[in-house]
Every structure is written in C-alpha cells, then in structure tokens.
Design a protein around this ligand. Structure first.
Ligand SMILES: [Zn+2]
Length: 344
C-alpha cells in the first residue's frame, strides 16, 4: 500500500466485504487497512455486502433447488448490504478515517451514510447509473440468459430503493455516479447456467452513464444541470483529490470536455454501442440529451456520432495523497481522545 501511494499515484483502496473464500476482507483486515490508509493519506473505499451472510444464503438457495439467476438477488437482500455499510462506517468512525462507499444500491446503506454524515462524519456515497434506472424485475424475466446478463453485486433493486437513491443524490448524501463497468459476454455468463453462484458478476455501462442520468435525472426535474455536472464529474474529482485539474472547466485544467446537446436523442443498443460486450442493460431505451462532441486531452475524439479515438492515447492521472486533511484529523483525534486516569 505504501509503494502504491508513494510511487504509483494511488490514493484510495477498495475493500471487498463480500466474496467469502476469495477476496473478502474480514473485520481485522478492514481495521488494519483503514489505519494503514489513514497513515498513508489514502481514502478507504468499501464494497459493502456481508460476505458471510451471502455465502450462507447462497447455500440455502442451492439446497432448495434454486439454481437459476433469480437466486442471485435472493441471496443478497438489502439488509446484507446495509449491515456491511453500517459496519464499515462505524469502523471508520472509530478509526477516525474518511470512508467512501462504492455502488450504494439500497435504502439501508443510504440510511447508514446519511446518519453518519448528519453526525459530522466524513462519509461519501456513490450510486451507479444501473441501480438508478434498472430494477429487479430483470431477475424474474422468462429468459434466464437475460437475467444472467444482469447479475452484478449488489444486485438491481426494487423501485422503492431506486426512489431512495434518487433522493440520496438530490439531498447530497450520495455525491457521485459511476457504473462499476465490468463486461462479460453471454458465453462467459453461461458458466453459471446450472448454478447462479458461478455467473460472473458484472455489467457494462460507462458509455451510457451521462446520457441515462441526464435523461432520468435532468429531464424529469430531479436534478438541475449543475447538479448533474457535480454528480457525474466535479464531485468525484474533488473527493479523489484531482480537482481542479479534473472536474473543472478552467485555465490550467485538462482539456477533457463534453459538449452536451440537451435535445439530441439516441436509442441505446448493444448493436450500436462501442463497449466490448454483446449486451446492454439499457437496451431499447431512447434518451434525450447526448454528447455532440467530446474532447480528450485537447483532441476531438467524438463528433456527431463518429468516434475517432486512438487506443492507448489516454494518460494515467496520479492522485496525490490527502496529507494535509488527514494530519488535521489525526490532531483532532489526539486532542479528543480521553487519557487514562487513576480510578481511585
Ligand atoms: Zn464492488
């Protein structure tokens, strides 16, 4: 971790609380890693799902003969996520370290974040375009292949949770939007056709993130244009310490710009998208509000539907550690930690 921060421009570490028998971080790992992150000036992030609960529920589903993709959300109910989010946030509170919760998908996690923020704790929450827009009916689809294509963790949720996530963005308790872009084609998803626990977890979405959030967020009056820019760009740059080089249109900032056409329309489809995957979770959706031009590093790479990008032209951006802020937090913790006194 030290090498990554000092030599490779890394200032955050993701902790998987799910995936028992694979990459799951137990409480001891979380505590030690949060402390180490704090010492390095890096922010811990968490994939919040109770891996032990998921594992036990998966075994129960399989023993009941539920082997199809519908078993995936049944073994990962919202409380599984809410418990882990709250545990991670409480651990961060005790360690006095900021924390960022990735892909918040349900009310329970949002409530844990909101409570902590209201108490003055430095907690950030991210929501995925997919979780905002796609609901859990995809797992009850008659075509199991279609359902398997939607297997990701946390799973898509009911409309009630989606409404809460939009409110989280509106209230500012969720600050960023992402996609957890992770492509598996249908032949790869087929690995789990007789056992849902073997379906590779992941869906794509990075190409459509801005358009679907504009369409469902700004066109519906949930978000203002400025809130859209903050939630899709500026806030992430600020939280991960690369503002104003990123997330700002200003002299000296990187020339990465999107010219937005709020009246332009497009129908999303795997047949026409550029992502290297044969499925699109937003398939068939017609969005109003699309990019007309995209400039990357000062070069026009997208103009009116024509892509002109060069593979490998992107540049890695070092993210500096957060030392000044963390030093302040440490000082605050020292001042406010009660010292031992004689009991008599
Ligand atoms: Zn994750």
């Amino acid at each position: 971790m030290g090498t990554l921060v000092s030599d490779y421009g890394v200032n955050s570490f993701k902790h998987f609380m799910a995936y028992k028998n694979a990459i799951m971080a137990d409480d001891e790992t979380l505590i030690k890693s949060f402390r180490r992150s704090m010492d390095l000036g890096a922010i811990p992030t968490v994939h919040a799902e109770n891996g032990e609960l998921v594992f036990q529920l998966q075994q129960e589903m399989l023993s009941k003969g539920i082997t199809g993709p519908e078993g995936h959300p049944m073994s990962r109910p919202p409380a599984v996520e809410g418990e882990a989010a709250n545990r991670a946030i409480r651990i961060a509170e005790v360690m006095n370290v900021p924390i960022y919760v990735v892909h918040v998908s349900c009310k329970e996690s949002l409530e844990a974040i909101t409570r902590a923020r209201n108490e003055g704790q430095l907690v950030y929450g991210e929501v995925l375009a997919g979780h905002l827009i796609v609901d859990d009916s995809v797992y009850r689809h008659p075509d199991a292949e279609f359902s398997a294509a939607h297997v990701m963790s946390p799973p898509f949720r009911s409309k009630e949770h989606q409404a809460a996530l939009w409110q989280g963005l509106q209230s500012g308790n969720l600050q960023t939007t992402a996609t957890d872009h992770c492509c598996f084609c249908s032949d790869q998803k087929a690995a789990g056709k007789d056992d849902f626990t073997k379906i590779p977890n992941g869906t794509a979405g990075v190409e459509d993130r801005l358009a679907v959030i504009w369409d469902e967020g700004v066109n519906t009056g949930r978000l203002t244009m400025n809130e859209f820019v903050a939630a899709t760009s500026t806030n992430a740059a600020k939280i991960f310490n690369i503002y104003p080089r990123k997330g700002s249109v200003s002299v000296g900032a990187d020339a990465d710009l999107v010219v937005w056409d709020p009246k332009g329309t497009r129908t999303i489809s795997a047949k026409t998208h550029h992502q290297n995957i044969d499925f699109n979770i937003f398939e068939g959706r017609t969005v109003t509000g699309i990019p007309s031009h995209t400039i990357s590093r000062g070069k026009l790479v997208w103009a009116n539907g024509v892509l002109d990008a060069v593979r490998g032209a992107g540049k890695y951006v070092d993210r500096p550690p957060f030392n000044p802020m963390f030093d302040g937090l440490k000082k605050y913790a020292e001042v406010n930690t009660p010292t031992a006194v004689n009991s008599d």
